[in-house]
Design a protein around this ligand. Structure first.
Ligand code: PAF
Length: 281
């Protein structure tokens, strides 16, 4: 496994890989790796000759400086985990290496970023798309892997790639959960013991939403979720939406869309967690 911190060094190896016509799978991460990331690496290993994982905490996608500063950094452990998964290349660039390669690219999100994460985290998706564009240009992979936990990000990246990098296939991977249903996230380590105990309530609520769909209206369920989450100790709901999983626009009635996703963002103490469940596909 080779570790590169400079674009030019990475590209030397990529040139050799390209000369052999080998396929390249790319897993972009911000480090603090958990089983969710490792599942992306595993899938990428199955589908490609070479797998590259990047670790870069992308400051420009954080709307909250405290969230950025507290973002866990566990480089040595990450490298060990990637070695165990036989990842072929790790790319760990500095800001000095990446930022000069980020241009003032403007992506027209249409309405995809007007809701949920985009509404509550101003500038977040613009920062994500800029860094992903930069990595796609450097690596030009055949496939890139993203988790369904960040459902809105995945939808936006699919659209972005379709328009700007049509040769790169975007592969979605299912959310990996802890034994009690909590979606794996690098932010989970910031929960206190008591907060960690209540956090699985988020996914439990989402599962109940899916059951309730049979005989309750969209609006009734929304009101129910607001009450449920806010009645829990340590929890405060930022948003809960029932939306088309294609356009991400909220629906008012079940008949409004055939593809439905329920998405949620909750503060558990100071830690902001997101999750989602597919209601209909
Ligand atoms: O999902 C993430 O970890 C980040 O948003 C990504 C895709 C690595 C871009 O910084």
């Amino acid at each position: 496994m080779n570790i590169y911190r400079e674009i030019s060094e990475l590209q030397k190896e990529l040139l050799e890989i390209n000369q052999k016509s080998s396929s390249v799978g790319f897993v972009p991460t911000m480090g603090a790796l958990h089983q969710g990331h490792l599942a992306l690496i595993e899938k990428a290993k199955q589908e490609n000759d070479f797998v590259i994982c990047s670790i870069f905490v992308n400051r420009i996608q954080f709307n909250n400086i405290e969230d950025y500063e507290k973002y866990p950094q566990t480089e040595n452990k990450d490298i060990e985990l990637l070695k165990e998964k036989n990842c072929d290349i790790i790319f760990i660039p500095t800001e000095k290496e990446i930022f000069p390669n980020i241009d003032n690219f403007f992506f027209n999100f249409e309405n995809l970023d007007k809701v949920m994460e985009g509404k509550f985290r101003q500038g977040h998706f613009s920062g994500v798309v800029k860094v992903v564009k930069c990595f796609f240009e450097i690596i030009n992979p055949d496939r890139a892997y993203f988790g369904e936990k960040d459902f809105q990000q995945l939808t936006i990246i699919k659209e972005f790639a379709k328009q700007n990098f049509p040769t790169i296939e975007i592969i979605a991977c299912s959310t990996v959960r802890e034994f009690d249903g909590l979606a794996m996230s690098s932010r989970n380590v910031r929960l206190t013991e008591e907060e960690r105990k209540v956090a699985p309530f988020i996914y439990k609520t989402l599962k109940r939403v899916k059951e309730k769909k049979i005989n309750e209206t969209v609006n009734d369920i929304k009101q129910w979720v607001i009450k449920e989450i806010d009645s829990q100790q340590f929890m405060s709901l930022e948003y809960f939406e029932i939306s088309s999983s294609l356009t991400l626009q909220p629906i008012e009635k079940w008949e409004d869309s055939k593809n439905i996703v329920a998405c949620i963002a909750v503060f558990v103490g100071n830690v902001r967690l997101i999750d989602n469940i597919i209601i209909e596909n």
